[in-house]
Design a protein around this ligand. Structure first.
Ligand code: MN9
Ligand code: PYR
Length: 309
């Protein structure tokens, strides 16, 4: 198990959608084909399960466990890493999910700070994270910063201060915010074995130039080849090509963003593009009419064909 902790997470990580039946129950049989689709059609070999895109906080702990087990089981031998989000409002529930993720064979865990009672201090968050990480001492641990969703005003850099003394398994950060100065300050502070993963897909290039090691995002579920191309171009020093691809991606997403691009719309878009029956989102999110995502889906399909040919 010692090797798990030394595997640095880089490149693309797809934040997965949670397949639900028409009745709103986890639809586990879809996960096997979903893994194959990511590997074969998208060239994406890492997943981030039960996060924002996966509506993790809308699922009960039993459901989260079953989904974790299925992703780990189906991903075995096919995916490089399965990272599981285990954050809950309750510390105890998070600890239970952290222990479970280790048993299920996950490759790492991540936690979003609770946002009903919002910690006013970095110390409160660090100690919450510490008590969860301690329950899975063999797994790399990542802090997940997503201020627009949590409403927490604490900078990620402030949470990082002194964190490795508290959490020996600390291995980095998923940063889903647009404050690139804060991100840069996380890069300055990071240890070489940490992974700084960016999570605002439409401006990934800016974060790469600031020092990101990789990215976790929802759009890599269907824009994998395009974004892999962006990473490769950037890695070769071809910023002009990387920019072309980033701007192209913004062009597709812009019509969706104008209509309020939330998880419900994103999930519908993914169902259309992949053909996987992902089902409705869970309440309080309402299903997005297929019609609303069709024109976005058509443009993405057209350009994806060009990227493959
Ligand atoms: C709020 C949200 O879901 N953020 C995702 C990851 O953190 C992103 O992957 C976005 O879905 C993506 O950047 C599109 O806006
Ligand atoms: C994007 C991401 O990491 C999430 O959906 O949680």
């Amino acid at each position: 198990m010692a090797s798990l902790i030394n595997r640095k997470l880089t490149g693309l990580v797809a934040a997965t959608f949670t397949p639900l039946t028409a009745q709103g129950e986890p639809n586990l049989p879809v996960i096997g084909p979903y893994v194959d689709y990511l590997v074969e059609k998208q060239g994406v070999l890492n997943v981030f399960v039960n996060g924002t895109t996966g509506e993790g906080v809308s699922l009960c702990t039993e459901e989260r466990k079953r989904l974790t087990e299925e992703w780990c089981r189906r991903g075995k031998g096919k995916l490089n890493q399965v990272i599981v989000h285990v954050g809950c409002y309750s510390l105890k529930d998070s600890q239970e999910l952290a222990r479970h993720a280790a048993e299920a064979g996950a490759d790492g865990i991540a936690v979003i700070a609770p946002s009903f009672f919002k910690s006013a201090t970095a110390d409160g968050i660090r100690r919450f994270l510490q008590e969860i990480a301690a329950e899975a001492p063999t797994l790399p641990f990542y802090y997940y910063h997503i201020p627009a969703v949590t409403g927490l005003s604490l900078r990620a850099r402030d949470v990082l201060e002194g964190i490795d003394a508290l959490i020996p398994t600390f291995r980095g950060l998923k940063f889903s915010g647009s404050d690139l100065m804060d991100f840069g300050q996380c890069v300055s502070y990071a240890k070489p074995h940490w992974s700084l993963l960016y999570g605002v897909d439409e401006q990934l290039l800016a974060a790469l130039s600031m020092g990101a090691d990789g990215a976790v995002g929802s759009t890599f579920n269907y824009l994998g080849p395009l974004v892999s191309g962006l990473l490769t171009a950037y890695g070769k020093g071809d910023v002009s090509q990387a920019r072309t691809l980033q701007l192209q991606m913004q062009e597709f997403l812009c019509p969706a963003v104008k209509q309020g691009f939330d998880v419900a719309m994103n999930k519908q878009l993914m169902s259309t593009l992949s053909g996987l029956p992902l089902g409705p989102p869970r309440l309080p999110l309402l299903p997005c009419p297929a019609q609303l995502t069709l024109s976005v889906a058509e443009r993405i399909q057209q350009v994806s064909r060009e990227h493959r040919s």
